[in-house]
Write a protein that binds this ligand. Sequence first.
Ligand code: BES
Ligand code: ZN
Ligand code: ZN
Length: 509
Amino acid sequence: MNIKVASEPIKDFKSQALVLTVFEEEKDSIDKYTTLDENLSKKLNRLIESKEVSGKYKEFTILHTSDELLVDRVIIMGVGKRKDFTLDKLRAVVSIASRNARRMNLHSMVIPVGFQGITIDAEQCSTAIVEGVMLGLYRFQKHKSKKAEDFMVIKDLTILLKDDTYREKFEGGIKKGIALSNSTNFTRDVVNEPANFMTPEMFASEAEKVAKENGLIIKVLNKDEIEKENMHAFLAVNKGSINPPRLVVLEYNGGEPTDKVLGLVGKGVTFDAGGLSLKPSDAMFRMHCDMAGAGAVLGAMEAIAKQKLKVNVVGVMPLTENLVDATSYKVGDVIGSREGKTIEVLNTDAEGRLILADALSYIRSYKKIDYLIDIATLTGAIVIALGHFCSGMMGTDETLINTIKEAADVSGERVWQLPLFEEYKSQIKSDIADLENVGGRPAGSITAGMFLKEFVGDVPWVHLDIAATAIMDESIMAYAKDPFLPKEGATGVGTRLLYYVAELLAKKY
Ligand code: BES
Ligand code: ZN
Ligand code: ZN
């Protein structure tokens, strides 16, 4: 996809589709595109006056031109009320326009910005437009022998500016949008891969490719090395599998050696059958996506490196399956952990916290970590608590929590904080070991967080539960807020969020 900025009058611009955004209840909205052809403006105004175009958020209208413009058609996108305008809405309407462009097999699209009199950051604006197109057009087609179509159908995308005042900023935003979209779509590809195409070893080789292409330091621990690290909890989960585990460690040093270090840990269960606490078939569907946390860490580190952020980041991804076999770990087993704490396993399906416990312990001794974030498809309970339109967040450090909230405002990947009150700890106390791996039905996501907290020492830490946001199906999409999400499968959630956390930390320190 060739993406550029231009600043010539709209009427001199040749393209298959011109995408105009209009606000709700604003008659003169169209007049703001001052360089639009007179005749066309009249037509558009008539559409608005007759209320055929209302400007309602996500409204889509198409208008064919004759000779008045060089563009073949105008796609009029409603963006809702001016006061409610967000980057998220811009991203969303651009993705609706792009998907319609694909339906009509159009290859070029031009989007004018800076005409509507809204103050939005130039860089963020162009990033959102690029994301709207590139994330909106994504499809997972790898395993179809006959590919339905070239899904990235738009070959030429132009952001048309009123003048050149902020041209560089817009260009920077395009570059960032391309990096973030490619990395998010890469995360989606990795997470969407069925479990027979994404074993721990295969994930590790994907990470090796990312490291090689972007100059990251990589270390991949095999089973022997994981044993030497005393990662008993991680190894217990792997016991029922023929495929051996891997621990991937990625390091990006874009900052000074004295700068603070951000540590990222992602859950990488390449298939979660539940172990002997076997999931019913319906619940097992899509459990090849149980490595979406690891996928987000990998994608974010790629984007961070591509954008050459001045920040130091370490990413750790524990990778294993959770299967059923005569060798599987059992309900009631007491297992050790790298941290030395003992764990009574009351449910083998609560495996994510076990592998994360050892990974959180490992990352702290690998390097001095100043801020630690883990991201995981950890609990079904988060669906019950928050539904599908935000990820759960809990942690020990207000600064880090606020940084993540700030990052979420930009990325549009919403987070909502849950408490970690000391009292919840009583739910994971065991009679025979230091901890139990489940805390009963009340506050299931929080007790999982309380469990992880036992393995982070004094490092400022936040846990993100993406079980409800990492995977989409059509029933959720029917009422979802983000049309740029795929209709089915992996969303790539976390990739852009973690990138923005790193960007904010790079600015702060
Ligand atoms: N991988 C699941 C969580 C999950 C559920 C992810 C739905 C995506 C969609 C996790 O390992 C799990 O099974 N958790 C259990 C914990 C319980 C046994 C305490 C759950 O949520 O049921
Ligand atoms: Zn599980
Ligand atoms: Zn799981």
